[in-house]
Design a protein. Structure first.
Length: 127
């Protein structure tokens, strides 16, 4: 019976963890395929059927692992997109706040004023 396991890692470690999961099954397949090719080339067919059966079982394990990696990466991309949206919204809010407070009028004399060139949504008719 197959069961799922889970454990926590830092967000930035997810790509490395997925790579490790894939490498684990990569070597299972690569080694068994190389063994079968060597047997075919040498004409040693005595264990070939058992080795092909083992390879097919490893393919099932690989498929399960690929499904796991797919689910992990879908979640990872979703989190990255949410973080990017959050950062963009925060930057936009900061820009609006900065623009609203950046235009100002300075009194430098009874009849002279300096007005900043940055726009603002605020208007004070007394300035």
């Amino acid at each position: 019976m197959k069961v799922g396991i889970s454990y926590a890692v830092e967000l930035e470690e997810i790509p490395e963890e997925v790579e490790d999961l894939l490498r684990d099954v990569q070597w299972d397949l690569f080694g068994k395929i190389e063994e079968i090719i060597t047997q075919v080339r040498s004409g040693d067919f005595s264990n070939l059927t058992a080795d092909i059966k083992t390879l097919r079982e490893n393919l099932g394990r690989t498929d399960t692992r690929l499904e796991d990696c797919y689910a992990i990466l879908v979640g990872y991309v979703k989190v990255l997109n949410q973080l990017a949206e959050h950062r963009a919204a925060a930057a936009q809010a900061a820009t609006k706040e900065s623009a609203a407070t950046s235009a100002h009028v300075e009194q430098i004399g009874p009849e002279h004023k300096i007005i900043s060139s940055e726009p603002t949504d605020e208007y004070d008719p007394n300035d």
